[in-house]
Structures are given as C-alpha cells and as structure tokens.
Ligand binder design. Structure first.
Ligand code: OOG
Ligand code: NI
Length: 334
C-alpha cells in the first residue's frame, strides 16, 4: 500500500508509537523478570562478563488463558500498536495450546544498543485452546469418562479468574511491567487442580502476563559463545541446569534453528488461603539462527539478521514449554 506517515515512512514497517516509551516498557518487563529469576539474572551477568555489550534478545515470550478476551490478542495488541506484525500460527494439539509469533517493526530492528536497547526482539505469545477443551469435555461427558471433571474444572477456574480481571486484559502490558496479576490472588487448591490438568494453565494462573522468558541471540554474540554448543557447555560448566526434554539442543527439521533453555526457577507464592507454597517462575533461552542456504555465499562479516532462519518451530517449542514442568524442576532439585 502507498500509505505513509508524515516522515514518509511506510506505515507497515515504521514504529507507530513512541519508541522510548515502548523500550522503557520492555525494560520494566525485563526488570520484573530479572528480580524474580536469579538464574536468568546470573546467566546474563555471566555472559555479559565475556561479551560486554553484545547481548541481544532474539525474542520475549508470554502465556495467556484463551478465555474472556484474555488470549493471545490481549498482549499482542501492545506490540502491534508499536509496529509489530503478526506472523505464523504454531499449534500444539497435545498440550492444547496454540501460539503466534510477531516480528518487530523493520526500521528499528537494528537498534544501536544492547538488550532492550538493541535490535527489538521477536514476540512469541501462546494461549490455552479452550474451544478444543470444551468439545473434548462434551465428548468425554457423553461417553461418561472420568476426566470430564478435571477438564471442566480447568475451564471453570480459567473463566472465574479472567472474569475477575474484567477489562484487565486491556492493561496486560501494564500488568506485565508492574509484575502483578490482573485477577485476585489465586487459591492453592485451584492451582493444584489446574497443575494436574495443565501445567501451562497453572503457571498462567500465578504468573499472569509476566514475561515468561527472554531469549539470548547466540549468533549475535562475538566470542566463541556465539556457537550454541559452546554456550550450552559454558552455562552447564558454571553450574546451571538446562532443560533436557528431547535432548539439550533443540534443532528444527531444516537444521537452521537451534535452541536451548534453562530449567525455570521457583519461588514462594502467598495463596489466598494464607498458605505459602513454591511455584514455577521463569527460565532463560538461547537461540542460534543459521544463515539460509540462499545466502551461504554472503561474507561472514556482512551477514545480517534477515540472512538467517527466521520464525519458530513447533517441534522445538513443544520441548521448550517443558522448561517450567514439574519433571524438569524436580531434575533441577535433584
Ligand atoms: C514458550 C515455549 C516455546 C520457543 O522459543 O519456541 C518457545 C513458553 O514456554 O511459553 O519459547
Ligand atoms: Ni522461546
């Protein structure tokens, strides 16, 4: 389209809102994340001691309930208002989840600084597939299966808390930047019930719109840590556990997207019954994007982000979701 703003920038690739406001918001989300997740903070400091200001973020990720307008769109809205573009859908039927990823406005993609002041991260947002659960609950009900209770319970709890949030979904970015829930404090009994049915749902109940993880762009590092195998070894040698689901290194079928992640930290949470229990928090991820075959002749020092594998991969993501699972967390404690 020929539409452009008053500087003559094409509307579909320019930054729509104020850039410093946007970056300050990302920074506040990052602060909440780093203050709650000592492992992520220590790892960033460790990598920083080698790399100085070469740490860039590949993506930020969020989780949502897919009910009462509290789905992907609720937090996507903030990013789209600042020029992000919705990209492919990813589907995880076994986990009853779907996701979309969003690419940053291209004109500010190569920002000058590091971290949230560097190239803007991609955004990955997922949600529970509640429609599918409803129909499955109905089928199970018809055939008298027992699991109808737990699936329906999940819907009831998700609906209860998102209803309590009211129009809170419209302020999801604010909630994320402040580090608070848009609904009232959950009960431990409901948290436990959810966890039995979906660890994702239980995580979302107690963490809400908090940043789920940041991902360090491995290929943008300058030392030998820019190769993800070296980075993984470095992280493990420094005493941190990586998510072992399906192997430490997750590789896309085309071989061009390599990912790994830590096991989430946990911290204590004050539930509505007045009890304090440990809950899963967040993890940190690493991604190396290799140069696409059609650009294999581009000189190494001339390679830019657009020459590399873009997007996400269902097979990788499916295993990365497990970074907050009980299975992985109990391995960490062992
Ligand atoms: C997201 C897991 C998927 C990726 O980069 O593919 C993911 C989550 O745990 O919410 O981060
Ligand atoms: Ni990720």
């Amino acid at each position: 389209s020929a539409s452009s703003d008053y500087h003559g920038h094409p509307q579909d690739s320019s930054f729509l809102g104020g850039e410093s406001f946007f970056r300050n918001t990302l920074s506040a989300m990052e602060d909440v994340y780093l203050n709650r997740n000592p492992t992520a903070k220590k790892i960033l400091e460790l990598v920083h001691s080698y790399e100085k200001d070469h740490i860039c973020y590949d993506h930020f990720a969020f989780r949502t309930f897919g009910v009462n307008d509290h789905g992907i769109d609720s937090i996507a809205r903030f990013f789209m208002d600042f020029g992000y573009v919705q990209r492919e859908e990813l589907s995880f039927p076994a986990k009853k989840l779907k996701a979309y990823w969003f690419s940053p406005p291209s004109e500010v993609r190569a920002g000058p600084g590091a971290g949230v002041n560097g190239p803007l991260p991609r955004i990955f947002i997922s949600q529970l597939l509640v429609d599918q659960m409803t129909s499955e609950a109905q089928v199970n009900f018809k055939f008298g299966f027992v699991e109808v209770h737990s699936i329906e319970m999940l819907l009831v709890v998700a609906e209860k808390y998102t209803a309590m949030s009211g129009n809170g979904y419209m302020h999801s970015a604010l909630a994320s930047a402040l580090g608070c829930l848009t609904w009232e404090t959950p009960s431990f009994s409901e948290f436990q019930q959810l966890a039995r049915e979906s660890e994702y749902a239980a995580w979302t109940l107690v963490n809400g719109y908090a940043l789920n993880h940041v991902t360090v762009s491995a290929h943008r590092l300058k030392s030998n840590l820019r190769k993800i195998d070296n980075l993984n070894k470095f992280i493990e040698e420094n005493g941190f556990r990586l998510n072992s689901e399906g192997g430490i290194l997750k590789v896309s079928p085309d071989g061009l997207l390599l990912q790994s992640s830590t096991v989430a930290d946990s911290s204590s949470f004050h539930f509505s019954e007045g009890i304090t229990e440990s809950i899963p928090r967040c993890y940190i991820e690493f991604a190396e994007r290799l140069v696409l075959p059609q650009f294999k002749n581009v000189a190494e020092d001339k390679v830019e982000e657009f020459h590399r594998r873009d997007g996400f991969e269902v097979g990788n993501a499916d295993k990365i979701f497990e970074s907050t699972s009980k299975d992985q967390l109990s391995r960490k404690a062992a």
